[in-house]
Design a protein around this ligand. Structure first.
Ligand SMILES: *Cc1c(COP(=O)(O)O)cnc(C)c1O
Length: 379
C-alpha cells in the first residue's frame, strides 16, 4: 500500500541497520566487496555515492517526489551543473531566461566552454520556443518559481513541448519543495534541488539532489562519480534528519507566508507584494492549479526606495538579514544588493527587479510575532 508523503518522509528508505530507528552515520570510505559488482559505479567506495547513508537518502528522495531513482550531491549547484552536462553535454539546451544566479552565470560563463550550447527562452511564451530549436537540442531547463518575483512558468506547455520534441525536461524545484509541487507527477523528467534549502531546512549544510528515471539518474550519477561532487556522510545524516520534518515545516511556512503577504499587501508603506498565493499575483490561478501550497518565499517593495528598504533590513529583530532561504528561521535580504548584485542595473530593471525589493524566506516562527516584527520595522 502506498503511504501519504508525511509517512513516506519518516519511513521510506530506512535501512534500520542493527535495528537502529535513527539513521546512523557510516563513517567508512570503503566497504567489503560483495562479488556482485557489475561495473565501476558499483564498487563500494564513498565517492561513488553508494554508502548506506547515500543509498537511504536516494530511496527516500525518490519516494517523496515519485521518481524511480535519486542522487544526492555536494551542493545544489553540483546537482544542477552535473545534470545539465550529463543530459546535454555536446548538445544544446533551451533555458528559462530568469534563473537562480549561479545557474544563470553557469550558462553564460561556463556552459559553452564545457560543450553545452544554450539559448534563453521566455518560459511563458510557448509560441516563441520552436524557433530556437536546433538539430542538437537535447534539453529544456526551467525553475518552478522565479527568484525573487515568484513568477510561475507555463509548466504544462513546457512538458508538452519537451515530449513533442524528445527533449529531456529538467526543473529546479528548490523553491516549491516536494510538499507543494512534485514535478515528475506533472511529466518532468528530472527534478533538481538545492537541498541546502527546504529539504534540509535548518541552515546547517550544503547539499543537492537530482530525482528522475532510473536511466537518467544513472547517467547523472556516473558523471558525478567522475567529477566528484559527492555528499559527505555527515551531511547525508543531517539532510536525512531534516527531511523527516519537511511536511510540518513547509506547511507552517506556507501559512506564515500567506499571512505575512496579506499583512504587507494592506500596509501603507508597501508599494507591491509578490506572492503566488495572493489573488492579485498575475500567476495566482496557475499556481493554484499546480501547487498544493504557495510556498514560503515572497518579496515586496517599500515606498521609500532602496534607502527605505535598506533601513527596514536594519530594523527587523525576529527576521534575520542574511542570504539563502528555506530554513526554519525567517530571512530577509535585498536582491539588488545580494543575490542579484552581479547583474547590471539595466538588466535588473528589465526583469522588473526594483532596488527597493525585499525578499523574504518565511520561517516557522509564530505568525503574530512575525507580523509584529515587520510592522515595527516598517513603522
Ligand atoms: C540556493 C539555490 C541553488 C544553489 O544551491 P546550492 O546548494 O547553494 O549549491 C540553486 N537553485 C536555487 C533555486 C537555489 O535557491
Amino acid at each position: 500500500m502506498q503511504h501519504e508523503i508525511e509517512t513516506r518522509l519518516i519511513h521510506d528508505g530506512e535501512p534500520r541497520s542493527e535495528g537502529a530507528v535513527g539513521m546512523p552515520i557510516f563513517r567508512s570510505s570503503t566497504f567489503l566487496t560483495r562479488g556482485d559488482e557489475s561495473g565501476y559505479d558499483d564498487i563500494r567506495y564513498i565517492r561513488l555515492n553508494n554508502t548506506p547513508n547515500h543509498v537511504a537518502l536516494h530511496a527516500k528522495l525518490a519516494s517523496i517526489e515519485g521518481g524511480e531513482a535519486a542522487l544526492v550531491t555536494a551542493s545544489g549547484m553540483a546537482a544542477i551543473t552535473t545534470s545539465i552536462l550529463a543530459v546535454a553535454g555536446g548538445g544544446h539546451v533551451l533555458a528559462q531566461r530568469v534563473l537562480y544566479g549561479g545557474t544563470h552565470d553557469f550558462f553564460t560563463g561556463e556552459a559553452r566552454k564545457l560543450g553545452v550550447e544554450y539559448d534563453f527562452i521566455d518560459a511563458d511564451d510557448p509560441a516563441s520556443w520552436s524557433a530556437k530549436l536546433r538539430p542538437n537540442t537535447k534539453a529544456v531547463y526551467v525553475e518552478t518559481m522565479t527568484n525573487p518575483l515568484l513568477d510561475v512558468a507555463d509548466h504544462a506547455a513546457i512538458v508538452r513541448f519537451a515530449r513533442e520534441h524528445r527533449l529531456v525536461s529538467l526543473i529546479d524545484n528548490t523553491f516549491a519543495s516536494p510538499i507543494n509541487f512534485r514535478p515528475i507527477e506533472h511529466g518532468y523528467d528530472v527534478s533538481l534541488h538545492s537541498a541546502t534549502k527546504y529539504l534540509n531546512g535548518h541552515d546547517d549544510i550544503v547539499a543537492g539532489a537530482a530525482i528522475g528515471s532510473r536511466e537518467l539518474v544513472r547517467g547523472i550519477t556516473h558523471l558525478t562519480n567522475h567529477l566528484g561532487g559527492t555528499l559527505d556522510p555527515h551531511a547525508c545524516v543531517l539532510l536525512h534528519r531534516g527531511l523527516k520534518t519537511l511536511a510540518l515545516r513547509v506547511r507552517q511556512q506556507n501559512a506564515n507566508a500567506l499571512a505575512l503577504a496579506r499583512f504587507l499587501a494592506s500596509h501603507a508603506a508597501v508599494a507591491r507584494v509578490n506572492y503566488p498565493g495572493l489573488e492579485t499575483h498575475p500567476r495566482h490561478a496557475r499556481a493554484r492549479e499546480l501547487f498544493d501550497g504557495f510556498g514560503g518565499m515572497l518579496s515586496f517593495e517599500t515606498n521609500g526606495g532602496a534607502a527605505a528598504a535598506q533601513r527596514f533590513l536594519g530594523r527587523v529583530h525576529v527576521a534575520l538579514h542574511a542570504p539563502s532561504l528555506g530554513g526554519v528561521e525567517t530571512l530577509v535580504s535585498r536582491p539588488a544588493a545580494m543575490s542579484h548584485v552581479g547583474m547590471s542595473a539595466e538588466d535588473r530593471a528589465a526583469i522588473g527587479l526594483s532596488d527597493a525589493l525585499i525578499r523574504v524566506s518565511v520561517g516557522i516562527e509564530n505568525e503574530k510575532d512575525l507580523i509584529d516584527d515587520f510592522a515595527q520595522a516598517l513603522a
